[in-house]
Design a protein around this ligand. Structure first.
Ligand SMILES: CC(C)(COP(=O)(O)OP(=O)(O)OC[C@H]1O[C@@H](n2cnc3c(N)ncnc32)[C@H](O)[C@@H]1OP(=O)(O)O)[C@@H](O)C(=O)NCCC(=O)NCCS
Length: 159
């Protein structure tokens, strides 16, 4: 497996991968991916196996608080799960954050995404205490706007 930054020529393959991510990943417009490849490639790594895009993380460093990096979309091809692809991609973003002197990775997840919940905990993220707990998952009400309740996870980028 190779970890490499997103480039414009890989966008069609990335879109094919992310189209498999329903209901937890929603495909964005092609020009959004162009933006990620052009302005945010340092935090948008792809995992390539046998020439195929099998995993991706789309993440951004905050301009409001540059010590933070938000992971927007994380996806591994269904045939390639549980072999460390997401771990490797997150470590890549973590390394970049460490180089920049960032302090925190964070992300949100749908409260019923139990596979993701287990994956984040296995990767040493903590589930930020919220307004309620649903089947062991802490959930913050209206985190992404009215009715958009989310589980929030964070990991420190330590020394
Ligand atoms: C969640 C997801 C990204 C995990 O990707 P992955 O490449 O399979 O994860 P990894 O193999 O790197 O696993 C990392 C750790 O999480 C654990 N893990 C991953 N999926 C798990 C699952 N379904 N159940 C329990 N643990 C799981 C792994 O065991 C591993 O821990 P370990 O090294 O201690 O064994 C993947 O299931 C996916 O793409 N799901 C659909 C899209 C999605 O829900 N994205 C997340 C949106 S927030």
């Amino acid at each position: 497996m190779i970890i490499t930054p997103l480039t414009v020529d890989r966008i069609p393959d990335l879109e094919k991968l992310l189209a498999l991510g329903e209901p937890y990943i929603r495909l964005r417009g092609s020009s959004d991916y162009w933006l990620y490849a052009t302005l945010f490639a340092n935090t948008c790594p792809l995992a390539i196996t046998d020439g195929q895009v099998v995993g991706s993380v789309i993440a951004f460093r905050s301009q409001v608080d540059p010590s933070e990096i938000y992971l927007q979309d994380v996806m591994t091809h269904p045939n390639h799960r549980r072999i460390g692809i997401t771990r490797a991609l997150v470590e890549d973003v973590h390394r970049q954050g460490s180089l920049w002197g960032c302090q925190r990775l964070f992300l949100t997840s749908e409260p019923d995404n139990h596979a993701a919940h287990k994956a984040w905990l296995a990767m040493d993220f903590s589930n930020v205490p919220g307004d309620t707990t649903e089947q062991g998952v802490s959930v913050i009400y209206n985190y992404k706007g009215p009715g958009k309740h989310r589980a929030v996870y964070e990991r420190q980028i330590g020394a």
